[in-house]
Design a protein around this ligand. Structure first.
Ligand SMILES: Nc1ncnc2c1ncn2[C@@H]1O[C@H](COP(=O)(O)OP(=O)(O)OP(=O)(O)O)[C@@H](O)[C@H]1O
Length: 315
């Protein structure tokens, strides 16, 4: 058995004529917290459905924990925990009853069941709410109970689809604390999907998916370092294309027109600023310098803005 917790080789997936995943290959190491990041439609949910054995493989090969996903589905299912995007708690049951349902599903009963339920409720910090109805909990606490449920059979691999959806920033950061605790205390490999850039920052490694294609794969810091230099964003009340044209006369870097701004990356942005202001000051509404972010990485790899018209959550 290799060290990789997940090995994905040349995986493609289509819905009729629509290609959702395009020849994806990558490996996720045991013990990693790994994030699949991408804008809506990137292919994250499709990949999640494949990894969690909900959708059959159409092309390519996936090994999970050393088992072949296509031919050893039952072995895989016993060893993974899955937390879906849509809430999975029975709101009319207490936290403890929800846990009991889950342990029964995995064939646990008696003292062994109680021990497993208590252990996970304690680990996820919800033991003091065991007697409360699920509907009485905040969104963040419910998500933690879902995590506790997903871990009850001691999986080696935990898959989470957009776990932060609907959580406020405080609950998000506490969720991450618990994920890190589970990884450290139980050595679990954690794989999650998100469209939130600031959430992906917390991962050990990130795979960026855009329109079903892997456009980048590395540690967050390495991805940002790959952009090179500072990013400069200039907005104008006038014509953004005209501004870009004039800017290209001044800088040698590649100037990109985003929806309502002009952007480029430069190793010596601070030197360029006075020249830009001198030549184009009357057209500039704002000029922003920043260290590269994951958003810059996405723009760099795809030439497109990360947040498009439906952009909302987390921004
Ligand atoms: N059941 C389906 N039938 C047809 N096309 C689908 C179906 N599910 C997804 N798609 C298409 O496949 C592509 C990838 O979708 P997917 O849901 O995997 O992306 P995603 O990154 O999870 O996006 P989102 O965050 O919006 O769910 C999109 O173009 C989407 O429209």
């Amino acid at each position: 058995m290799s060290l990789a917790a997940i090995s994905i080789e040349n995986v493609s997936y289509s819905y009729g004529a629509r290609r959702a995943l395009n020849d994806l290959s990558l490996q996720i190491e045991a013990g990693e917290i790994f994030v699949f990041l991408g804008p809506n439609g990137g292919g994250k949910t499709t990949l999640f459905r494949l990894l969690s054995t909900l959708a059959p493989l159409q092309a390519g090969k996936i090994d999970l924990l050393g088992f072949d996903l296509a031919s050893q589905r039952d072995q895989v299912r016993r060893r993974i925990g899955v937390v879906f995007q849509s809430p999975s708690l029975d709101k009319k049951l207490t936290v403890a009853e929800n846990m009991r349902q889950q342990s029964a599903l995995y064939g646990l009963s008696g003292a062994a069941a109680r021990e497993a339920e208590d252990r996970m409720m304690r680990r996820l910090g919800v033991i003091d709410r065991a007697g409360d109805l699920a509907e009485q909990l905040s969104g963040g606490l419910r998500r933690r109970v879902e995590l506790a449920k997903g871990m009850i059979h001691r999986p080696q691999l935990l898959l989470l689809d957009e776990p932060s959806t609907g959580l406020d920033p405080g609950a998000r950061s506490s969720l991450w604390e618990y994920l890190q605790r589970i990884r450290t205390e139980q050595g679990v490999t954690i794989v999650l999907t998100t469209h939130l850039l600031e959430e992906a920052e917390k991962a050990d490694r990130i795979a960026i998916l855009d329109e079903g294609t892997l456009v980048a794969l590395d540690r967050p810091a390495a991805l940002k370092a790959s952009v090179g230099g500072d990013s400069v964003t200039i907005t104008t009340r006038g014509d953004v294309e005209a501004l870009a044209g004039q800017l290209r006369q001044i800088v040698t870097e590649e100037v990109r027109v985003m929806e309502s701004a002009v952007r480029f990356e430069s190793a010596d942005a601070s030197q360029l600023a006075p020249r830009i202001m001198q030549s184009l000051g009357d057209q500039i509404e704002s000029i922003t310098f920043g260290k590269p972010t994951l958003e810059d990485v996405f723009i760099d790899k795809t030439g497109r803005q990360y947040w498009r018209e439906e952009a909302s959550d987390g921004k």
